[in-house]
Ligand binder design. Structure first.
Ligand SMILES: O=P(O)(O)OC[C@@]1(O)O[C@H](CO)[C@@H](O)[C@@H]1O
Length: 388
């Protein structure tokens, strides 16, 4: 398999270019409007936007714990235009620099203040979550198989609730258009593991994505094969709505304190599962690295090895799993995901160009479809590798 070139953001007609030149200006304004930052933070954020659209990549100037890591990660790109770096690298660095610009890694009062908290808090407290909590009572009337299918689907489509997308993307009419690949039968038919079964879930967005993810985790612990679940979150705020430990705890509290009976029961079970380590929430610096999962460090690789299954949620995790490269869409998923140290399932709504493992006729039909199906968030996939 000859490696495909990396996706870059230097083509003015491309989606990655629009992320930097159209979405990020909107996002920056929303961040500056949402919290009362002072002149220093505002100037630093505006300087970042100017640098990332017309300037050259500069190394970090803050003293975050990951300073040396980033210095090494950027050794091939410092001093080059942002658009000439790999899109995954440049976009990831943009979010790391945005935190630095708001003082998140500084020694002042803004240290540790999540610049995306206003958006995440509003979503979690909002009426849509009230409705989703109420809907959980309907789960009890389903058969175990239908419950699993319903929870897998809600975890999958929960990925549409991505604020970096939702805050800035052009609205696309209509409901989700459907699945471009669906290996869910491999997940649903997975035999109960003979011995202890550890399932890892690499979380993506907080709020309306993490909520169904945690409900699925409860299901895996109470009705499915898992004897232990590890949920990985980001070590710091990232891509607007990516979940941190603070977001996981807020979501657990939202469930446990709910007046809806089933939501409250699920929240209590998850809380107790954390008390007994049947559910562990972990993090690692690599989850905010600008690199593909093929390059994960040995300690993280060892953490996934031996898992019965790792579920990777969302678009960014998919890009990092398969490699943010211009693969032909019919490239076999196994060829580019086979490096992962455990059986792996990707649950993702399509919000960027990269996609693999599609049937040629599906690609032809989608390309005739007209709407930018790769980036509009209207289509999704469930792809599995390593499960019989
Ligand atoms: O990983 P998520 O949250 O599903 O999606 C993140 C993401 O889609 O947002 C950006 C565009 O807004 C993409 O470049 C990036 O992959």
């Amino acid at each position: 398999m000859s490696p495909a070139p990396p996706v870059r953001s230097d083509d003015p007609g491309s989606f990655p270019w629009s992320v930097f030149h159209e979405r990020h200006p909107k996002l920056v304004q929303q961040v500056l409007d949402a919290l009362p930052y002072g002149p220093a933070e505002r100037a630093a954020v505006e300087d970042l936007l100017a640098e990332s659209t017309t300037g050259l990549l500069r190394p970090l100037t803050d003293d975050g714990d990951d300073h040396e890591l980033w210095l090494a990660w950027g050794r091939d790109v410092w001093g080059t235009p942002w658009g000439e770096a790999p899109f995954l690298w440049a976009e990831s660095y943009f979010y790391r620099r945005l935190l630095a610009a708001t003082g998140y890694f500084g020694s002042g009062a803004w240290r540790g203040v999540d610049p995306f908290a206003p958006f995440k808090d509003a979503e979690l407290a909002g009426p849509a979550v009230d409705e989703e909590l109420a809907a959980l009572d309907g789960l009890r009337g389903l058969t175990a198989e239908r419950r699993t299918e319903a929870l897998l689907a809600s975890a999958l489509w929960g990925n549409r609730a991505d604020l970096s997308f939702g805050l800035t993307a052009a609205p696309v009419a209509g409901r989700p258009a459907g699945l471009v690949a669906d290996d869910s039968r491999l997940l649903l038919a997975a035999p109960a593991a003979a011995g202890p079964a550890r399932i890892c879930l690499v979380a993506d967005n907080a709020g309306r994505e993490l909520l169904p993810d945690l409900v699925l985790v409860d299901h895996l612990l109470t009705e499915a094969p898992a004897t232990e679940v590890v949920v990985y979150v980001k070590p710091y705020p990232y891509y607007v709505s990516d979940a941190t430990m603070a977001d996981a705890l807020a979501t657990l509290r939202r469930l446990r304190s709910s007046a809806e009976p089933e939501a409250g029961r699920i929240g209590l079970r998850l809380w107790q599962a954390m008390n007994t380590s049947r559910l562990a929430v972990r993090t690692h610096p690599f989850f905010c690295a600008p690199l593909p999962y093929r390059e994960m460090p040995p300690d993280l690789r060892a953490g996934f090895a031996g898992a019965t299954l790792t579920i990777l949620k969302g678009d960014l995790n998919y890009r990092r799993l398969v490699g943010d490269q211009l693969w032909p869409a019919i490239t076999p998923f196994a060829e580019v995901a086979g490096h992962f140290p455990s059986p792996v399932a990707a649950l993702r709504t399509l919000k960027s160009d990269v996609v693999v493992g599609l049937d040629p006729q599906v690609v032809a039909d989608l390309d005739a479809y007209g709407t930018p199906w790769r980036t509009s968030g209207t289509h999704a996939l469930i792809q599995v590798h390593g499960m019989a």
